[in-house]
Ligand binder design. Structure first.
Ligand code: C2E
Ligand code: MG
Ligand code: MG
Length: 915
């Protein structure tokens, strides 16, 4: 999360800038102060030097002045020898002379017997001041001048300084000259220096008494200098120190004591003169600094206002940014603030984008949660230790744990056999590649188990690997799989094993037999008269009847045998491990026959059924399941042929008939596929006039295969295997085409087409005939449909309806082979017939059989009464023709007129006849 940088002390920018200004000024101040101090020190040092130099110079001047008398004194030395011409120095006159030379009163000393005596230039005996006498004595002793201390002239009362000078006489000090110099003279020397105003120049004697001063000399000459100064002078020859003048002015003073005279020259400068410039400069500096500071602070204030203003202007956009609103950027005067503003705008744009992305993510998350929660399958999220981190509602429902319970559990409490190590392995493998779904069994809270198919995906979430587990409840799938497996092996209607299961069990029994187990038997059970039940009452009822039959059969079979339904009304019983015991299969067969002998009440009807059962034995009669079933089937067919409702063991001859039928079926299929069917046409003749009125189309199989077979043989087989439908369609098309062609060629012959019972019973006959008429262009009246009694006998009402529809098209209808079936004569009246065809078996026996003639007579009468045309089939002889013609039979066909002929042959026959 974003965190504001911690600010220890929040300082306003004004303070910061003020501090900055002051910080900038401080080094300047310090530097300037140091510079000033250094300057001051330099100046002071220089001034010191100058003052010392000045003091030395003053000292030298004073020395020169004081010792100037010594030079004069030397010049007086010859005089002191006392020649006749010379005046004796030690005389008032001599002293006056000397004084005149010096311009000052002098005292001339000499050593007498009484000691040192002096005479002044005024001619007086010099007073004997002990100090002075001591100085004079020193001069006599050393021959070196001694400058005396400030003293008061006894005569004049003025303050003087006496210089005691030796006057040499023959290399010895003959006299000592005491020259009195008023201190005023010395002060005058100092005044002449014209020192700056306030400066002090002074001269001190050996004792530190003021001997001269450049100002107020009169007042202070003769007074001692301040103690501090005198101590310093006593201690060192040169020096400097702070003093206070007699006037009370603090001075900075330097002093230089002359080694020659012992007098000390002093130069003093008032403190004010020394510190003044420095103070002034410091004041200037302070003033400049104050100005600078003020200016700097004003500037800082102005700048801080500007900066703070610019910063504060960013508060509003930043606040808007924080509130997720679009920030309005105000005008700011600082580039940095403008940059921050731009950054805020960019941040706002980024936030906007992130917001949108976040919302999308949240939406996705919501969707994910929604779908997860409402998913029909369980969903779990596991970590690598197997802890359940998420479980959806379905998982709670299916496993029986609350969500809170699941979230406190691990996978291993649900998937009991799985170990942590295995889970780690799944994690590792899933990271490499998507794992294939695998099956586990989860244990619910109540201990029940759920088989699941798991699809696992691992994903990294915030640096942690999690596994998204989608365990699909495959309990139902297993049930479905069981159901599918069951359905694959069972018949849905009766619940009995189906053909595939029966074959598998039979194969297994054969395998067991081959492996040494005893052989067994197979019963093939076909219901008799079941088809009419289905046809008459519909499949619903048929199904109920079959279920009832299955139950009865099941009761007849013990557990070692397998009862299976292998076809519509066909069942088998597999009886393995019988050995030579042939009784058992027969016993089962009898039990079944007995069971079926009783009427079956089901689906609201009572059906009287029976069963035909064929039995085959293995391994003797077949070593494959199919062979055994075929054998049993053959035996069953034999039972059917023999009148149904019984059982028979398979025998090899049964196969021959079946083989023949199979061969015919194959030939018919082949003929259909390869165009080997032909139509022959047998003329139908008007018996009275002898004119040919029509032809009957009769199908031929011309496939070149021996033996040649006729329709009397192959049509029933085609009927039984269903091939009669495509064959019939072809016949109708071809016959119509031929009729139309002949009609066009001037052969105005109607064409009769035979319709098999199967064709007739198939729905939509009228529609098919309508299509045929439309497609071929035949005139409906030229088409005659021949139906047999067996076709209509099953349901007279339905037959009447179908024939009515067909007849409505304009097509004529003939009842073929009349007399052979069981149709009641009364039934004829309800059928919309046009013709009756008397079966040829009666016609052929006209001459020999009285009964046949009687039937023919009756039929002729019936036809007349019903107003039906009568066609006599099978007229082979003229006698038969005569008999029929005499009885009023209108039409006839038979070898007498012509055999059925191929179209070209018929045309030829027709041509011959016409000629
Ligand atoms: P059918 O409809 O009664 O046909 C008459 C049969 O009698 C024909 O036999 C014909 O050759 C034969 N016949 C005609 N005059 C004489 C005669 O004077 N003496 C003798 N002995 N026989 C005569 P075919 O052609 O062998 O047909 C046999 C049956 O096969 C037909 O009897 C008919 O029921 C059926 N059939 C033939 N063609 C078709 C066909 O296209 N469709 C269907 N559904 N059945 C057909
Ligand atoms: Mg016919
Ligand atoms: Mg016939």
């Amino acid at each position: 999360m974003f965190r504001m940088p911690s600010i220890r002390r929040e300082l306003p920018v004004a303070h910061l800038l003020t501090g900055l200004v002051l910080a900038c000024l401080l080094p300047g101040v310090l530097g300037s102060a140091l510079f000033l101090l250094s300057e001051y020190r330099d100046e002071r040092s220089q001034q010191n030097e100058e003052m010392l130099a000045l003091a030395r110079d003053i000292g030298r001047t004073v020395d020169t002045h004081l010792l100037h008398a010594q030079t004069l004194a030397r010049s007086l030395s010859p005089v002191s020898r006392g020649t006749s011409d010379d005046t004796d120095l030690f005389s008032p006159q001599g002293a006056r002379s000397v004084a005149s030379v010096f311009g000052n009163p002098v005292v001339v000393y000499r050593i007498t017997a009484n000691g040192i005596t002096g005479i002044s230039s005024r001619g007086e005996q010099a007073p004997a001041d002990p100090l002075e006498l001591q100085a004079v004595g020193s001069v006599f002793a050393t021959g070196k001048a001694v400058i005396g201390n400030v003293a008061t002239d006894a005569t004049t009362g003025e303050r003087v300084v006496v210089a005691h000078l030796p006057i040499a006489n023959d290399g010895k000090t003959g006299h000592v000259l005491g020259v009195s110099m008023p201190t005023a003279e010395l002060s005058a020397l100092l005044v002449q220096r014209h020192l700056p105003q306030g400066w002090l120049a002074a001269l001190l004697d050996h004792r530190g008494i003021i001997a001269g001063r450049n100002r107020a000399a009169d007042r202070y000459a003769g007074q001692p200098a301040m103690e501090k100064l005198r101590t310093a002078i006593a201690a060192q020859q040169e020096g400097e120190l702070d003093t206070v003048t007699k006037e009370g002015v603090p001075n900075f003073t330097v002093f230089v004591r002359s080694p020659r005279t012992g007098y000390t020259a002093i130069v003093g400068i008032p403190h004010a003169d020394v510190v003044g410039p420095l103070t002034t400069r410091l004041l200037y500096l302070a003033a400049a600094l104050a100005c600078l500071s003020t200016l700097g602070l004003l500037l800082a204030r102005a700048m801080s206002r500007r900066i703070a203003g610019s910063m504060q202007a960013l508060i509003a956009p930043a606040t808007a940014l924080g509130q997720g609103m679009p920030p309005a950027m105000p005008a700011v005067h600082l580039r940095e603030a403008a940059e921050v503003g731009a950054a805020i705008e960019r941040a706002a744009a980024l936030l906007c984008q992130r917001d949108a992305a976040l919302r999308a993510q949240q939406d996705e998350l919501q969707q994910f949660k929604f779908f997860s929660e409402h998913a029909n399958e369980m969903l779990l999220l596991l970590d690598e230790d197997g802890r359940i981190r998420y479980a959806n509602r379905r998982a709670s429902e299916r496993l029986g744990y609350s969500n809170a319970e699941l979230l406190s559990m691990t996978l291993f409490q649900i998937d009991l056999p799985t170990r942590p190590q295995q889970l780690h392995q799944v994690f590792a493998e899933s990271r490499q590649a998507q794992m294939r779904p695998f099956e586990r069994v989860y244990t619910c809270k109540d201990g029940s188990q759920v088989p699941v198919e798991i699809t696992a995906t691992v994903l990294e979430v915030k640096g942690e690997w999690l596994m998204h587990v989608a365990p699909r409840d495959i309990g139902e799938r297993h049930q479905v799989e069981r159901a599918v497996r069951w359905a694959a092996a069972h018949d849905g209607l009766t619940g009995l094993p189906n053909r595939a299961r029966a074959l598998a069990v039979l194969e297994q029994a054969l395998d067991d037999q081959r492996a040494g187990a005893p052989g067994g038997a197979l019963l093939f059970v076909d219901l008799d008269r079941f088809k009419p039940v289905n046809d008459q009452h519909g499949h619903e009822v048929g199904d109920r009847v079959l279920q009832a039959v299955a139950q009865r059969l099941y009761a007849c079979v013990d557990q070692r045998a397998l009862l299976a339904r292998v076809g519509g009304d066909e069942f088998v019983v597999v009886m393995p491990c019988l050995g030579d015991d042939l009784e058992q299969p027969e016993a089962v067969a009898r039990a079944i026959l007995d069971a079926m002998a009783l009427p079956i009440e089901a689906g609201g009807i009572e059906a009287a059924l029976s069963a035909s059962i064929g039995i085959s034995r293995f391994p003797e009669q077949g070593d494959t399941a199919n062979l055994l079933i075929h054998a049993a089937d053959m035996a069953m067919l034999q039972v059917k042929k023999n009148g149904r409702g019984g059982f028979a063991w398979y025998a090899p001859h049964m196969d021959e008939q079946a083989q023949f039928t199979l061969g015919v079926e194959r030939r018919l299929q082949h003929a259909l596929d390869h165009g080997c069917l032909r139509l022959h046409y047998q003329p139908i003749v008007d018996l009275a006039s002898g004119t040919t009125v029509g032809v009957e189309a009769l199908v031929r199989l011309e496939d070149g295969i021996e033996p040649a077979i006729g329709p009397a043989t192959f049509v029933p087989i085609a009927e039984s295997c269903g091939l009669v439908l495509p064959i019939g369609s072809w016949v109708k098309r071809e016959a119509c085409r031929q009729q139309v062609a002949w009609q066009a060629a001037g052969l105005a012959l109607s064409v009769s087409v035979n319709v098999s019972p199967l064709q007739f019973s198939r729905a939509g006959l009228a529609q098919r005939v309508r299509d045929l008429i439309a497609a071929s262009g035949i005139e409906p009246r030229q088409l005659v449909i021949e139906v047999t009694e067996t076709a209509i006998i099953k349901d007279l009402a339905e037959a009447a309806a179908i024939l009515g529809e067909v007849k409505a098209l304009g097509v004529r209808i003939a009842l073929d082979d009349f007399g052979t079936g069981y149709s009641s004569l009364g039934a004829l009246s309800v059928l919309p017939l046009d013709k009756l065809k008397i079966d040829q078996s009666f016609v052929r026996r006209i001459e020999t059989d009285h009964a046949s003639r009687a039937v023919i007579d009756a039929v002729i009468a019936l036809a007349h009464s019903l107003n039906l045309e009568l066609v006599a089939e099978g007229i082979e002889t003229e006698a038969a023709l005569d008999y029929l013609r005499a009885r009023g039979c209108q039409l006839g066909q038979g070898y007498y007129f012509s055999r059925p002929l191929a179209p070209a042959a018929l045309e030829e026959w027709w041509g011959r006849k016409a000629a």
